[in-house]
Design a protein. Structure first.
Lengths: 195, 195
DNA sequence: CTTTTGTCTGACGTTAATGTCAAACAAATA
DNA sequence: TATTTGTTTGACATTAACGTCAGACAAAAG
C-alpha cells in the first residue's frame, strides 16, 4: 500500500500545521482543516484514521523539528557568540512562519497531556550548557545559571511574535511598525545577552 | 433581580479563570467548568445565558485586569528604575497565578476574533513611553525604540512561565529547579534591561 | 404558615463534530 | 480493453456539547 503519491497526505499535514502553528487556531475541527486543504473531510480519516492521530503526528513532528533546529545550533563548531547570532537568525525565520508552534504544543500538553517521545537529556544540550558556562567564565556573559541564559534567548525572540496580535490591539501597532520593531530587536537581543 | 448572593456567579467565573488562565485548558467545555465548580452545567446558562457570553465576560475582565495592572505601574510616581523593579514583582506574582492568561487571550483573538472593548491609545502609556525615552537619553537604558524596551520587559518575565511545561519535558526540569531559576531571574532581568 | 421570588436541577431537543462504510473514481498493470 | 489497486466521495450512524424549559427547592416577605 501507499504506492501512489498524490501529495494529499502531506497537503493535509501542511494545512494542519498552518492552521495550528501559523494562524493559532488551536481548536480547529477536521472540517476546518479539510476545507482549508480543499479535500473532503473523510480523507483525513483515510490517511490518519482519527483526528487524534493527526494531532499526535503533527505534534510529534513539531517537537522533532524543534529538536533538530536546536541541535543544529548546539552542535555547530562556531565560536560561541557567532553561534548565538546564527541561532537568532534561524529561529526568527522559523518563528515568522510558525509563531504559535510552541503555544500549540503547550496547549496540547495541558489539555491532552501529550508527552515527549524520547526522554534522553539530549547529549548536545549538555555540551551547549558547558559552552555557556565557559562564556560566563570568560566574562563574555553575565554570571547566571546557563539555563537562564537559554531562557533569555528564547524569551526575547519568541514572545514578541507570540503576543503580536495582543499588542497590536492594545497599542494599535501597524504591521509596518511591527517589522521595524523586529528588525531593531536582532541587534538589541545580542547586546542584551552579552557583556 | 440579583438579590440573593449565593456566590455561585463569582464561583463560576473564578473556576473558568482557573481552568483557562492557570491550567491552560483553552478548549474546556461548559461541563468541565461546571464539574470543576461543583455545580450543574445549566447554572452557567442561568447566570451567563451562553457559553460564548461567559467567555466574552472572562475575556473582558482579563483584559481590564491587565490594563489596571499596567496603569498602576505606569502612573506611579516612582523613579524609573524603581518603577520597573516594582513592576517586575507585581507582574511575576500575577503570572505565577495565571501563567496562561495572555496565551488564552491570543487564542481567543485568533479563533473567535475578539476585539478590545475600548480603543483609546491609553494616556498613561504615552507617559510611560516618554519616561523610557528619558531613561535612554540619560544613558540608563540602551538606545532603542521605547516599545522594544517594553517588549523586552514582558518577554523576560512572561515567557518562562508560559513555556514551563514544555521546558519541563524537554529538559527534565524539576519544580525545585524551576523555582531556583525564577528566583535568579529577578536580578538578571533588571541587569539586562539597564546599563 | 402561606406566598412570593430567586436559585438550582434534570429531562429534552438541537446542533455540530467525528468516524464508518459502501460505492464511485482514476491510475497503474495485465 | 479489462482488471486490479489505491484514492476519494457522500450518505449514514454515533457521540458530545450546548441551550431551553418546566418544575423542584429554599430563602425571604407577607
Amino acid at each position: 500500500m501507499a504506492v501512489r503519491d498524490t501529495g494529499t497526505e502531506q497537503l493535509i499535514k501542511d494545512t494542519a500545521k498552518r492552521i495550528f502553528f501559523a494562524e493559532g487556531k488551536f481548536n480547529a475541527t477536521t472540517q476546518d482543516i479539510a476545507d482549508a486543504a480543499g479535500v473532503a473531510r473523510t480523507v483525513i480519516n483515510y490517511y490518519f484514521r482519527s483526528k487524534d492521530a493527526l494531532f499526535k503526528l503533527v505534534f510529534k513532528e513539531a517537537m522533532d523539528d524543534m529538536k533538530v533546529r536546536l541541535d543544529e545550533v548546539l552542535l555547530s563548531e562556531l565560536a560561541f557568540k557567532k553561534k548565538i547570532i546564527r541561532f537568532i537568525d534561524v529561529f526568527l525565520m522559523e518563528l515568522s512562519e510558525y509563531p504559535y508552534k510552541e503555544a500549540f504544543m503547550i496547549s496540547e500538553i495541558n489539555t491532552h497531556g501529550f508527552v515527549m517521545p524520547d526522554k534522553e537529556p539530549s547529549l548536545a544540550l549538555k555540551h551547549f550548557f558547558k559552552q555557556i558556562q565557559e562564556a560566563i567564565d570568560r566574562g563574555e556573559v553575565k554570571k547566571m545559571l546557563p539555563l537562564n541564559f537559554m531562557l533569555n534567548l528564547f524569551s526575547l525572540l519568541a514572545y514578541p511574535l507570540l503576543t503580536r496580535p495582543l499588542f497590536k490591539q492594545m497599542l494599535e501597532i501597524t504591521d509596518i511598525k511591527f517589522e521595524q520593531l523586529m528588525h531593531e530587536r536582532k541587534k538589541i537581543i545580542v547586546e542584551m545577552l552579552f557583556v
